[in-house]
Design a protein. Structure first.
Length: 106
């Protein structure tokens, strides 16, 4: 009988943490131009797009990885991914509101 072992690794980031463009590239395993294209499509938003080098809030890592997974697995372009991510964010907001409302009536 053979046993398969899966090792997972992750990084825990504070929501207030900021990442450089290079940090984000390294964490996502992509080249700089991929993330620049994601910024141009509105998928990622630097803290201040006018300042160089770009800095991103900690939640940009989750958003970038989700976008890259959608691109890889479903072959969706970045414009389509922007719409999907907006809908996922809206679902999260609605679920949060629903939990709050349910808490009021319990």
């Amino acid at each position: 009988m053979s046993t398969q072992l899966t090792v997972l690794a992750g990084v825990l980031l504070d929501e207030n943490a900021e990442l450089s463009l290079e940090d984000l590239c390294r964490a996502c395993g992509v080249e700089r131009m991929v993330l620049v294209e994601m910024v141009q499509e509105g998928l990622l938003e630097p803290v201040d797009v006018r300042l160089a080098p770009w800095r991103f809030q900690g939640d940009a890592l989750r958003r970038a990885r989700t976008a890259l997974r959608l691109r890889r697995d479903l072959e969706v372009n970045f414009a389509g991914i922007a719409m999907i991510l907006d809908l996922l964010d809206e679902i999260d907001d609605l679920e949060t509101r629903l939990r709050r409302l349910e808490g009021r009536f319990e």
